[in-house]
Design a protein around this ligand. Structure first.
Ligand SMILES: C[S@@+](CC[C@H](N)C(=O)[O-])C[C@H]1O[C@@H](n2cnc3c(N)ncnc32)[C@H](O)[C@@H]1O
Length: 216
């Protein structure tokens, strides 16, 4: 499923020009990480990067880590491709496909150092809560793909989702809350995202969670 949305001329041009260089076409098989990145390094995956500004900023700030962004929203992919090309980044690549299938099929178990999911769609209506990404099976999938000591960083500006995230993660024996049981991360180390800025303008609070996979 690709969300098309309206593309600006610059996004369309970036998709036409840069797709073959920076997008890894989805195949249901493990990625050849060695040929994707010039240097083996810590692997950081962001799911649902939206317009990609914060992912681009992280990849520019930490050139020694390798980043993969997963998104289905074409305008955001176009914008990010433009940024990757503009800054000549060799440590950031993009997959344009459903994150559940990508995680399941494109990454070996225990292969990712850090997974970020910042402001996943909140699905605020009670009858839509079941569409929320962060729950049961998906959390198990995230944990399987993380290396031991790997980190999982989530954020939301929707209080009931923050509580749901906290419950879902604290229910997993292999995950340890890095801020102490039941506690959110007050001063998260990450760039501000587009979706977060919009929420802040509407007066929303923000909750970040940081968990590590223990050796259990
Ligand atoms: C609310 S937006 C937040 C975007 C960005 N992280 C931010 O904070 O600005 C959630 C994003 O997740 C993406 N998304 C939702 N479900 C997805 C899935 N199954 N696979 C990949 N991306 C997904 C959407 O396309 C959307 O861009």
């Amino acid at each position: 499923m690709i969300r098309s949305g309206r593309l600006t001329d610059s996004q369309r041009k970036a998709i036409d020009q840069h797709w073959p260089h920076y997008v890894v076409d989805y195949k249901a098989q493990p990625l050849a990480l060695k040929s994707l990145f010039p240097a083996a390094s810590e692997l950081i995956v962001e799911i649902g990067f939206g317009m990609g500004d914060s992912l681009l900023e992280m990849a520019r700030n930490i050139p020694t880590s390798n980043f993969i962004g997963i998104e289905v929203h074409r305008p955001g992919i176009g914008k990010l491709l433009h940024g990757i090309a503009e800054h000549g980044l060799s440590n950031l690549r993009v997959i344009c496909h459903d994150a559940t299938e990508v995680l399941e099929n494109c990454f070996e178990n225990e292969s990712i150092d850090k997974i970020l999911i910042l402001f996943p769609d909140p699905w605020p209506k009670k009858r839509h809560n079941k569409r929320r990404l962060i729950q049961g099976d998906f959390v198990d999938l995230l944990v399987r793909k993380l290396k031991r000591d790997g980190r999982l960083h989530l954020a939301t500006d929707w209080e009931s989702y923050a509580e749901q995230m906290m419950n879902a993660l604290e229910n997993v024996t292999a995950l340890v809350n890095q801020n102490g049981p039941g506690r959110f991360w007050d001063q998260p180390e990450r760039p501000v995202t587009k979706f977060e800025q919009r929420g802040k303008r509407l007066g929303h609070d923000v909750w970040d969670l940081l968990f590590a996979k223990s050796g259990l």
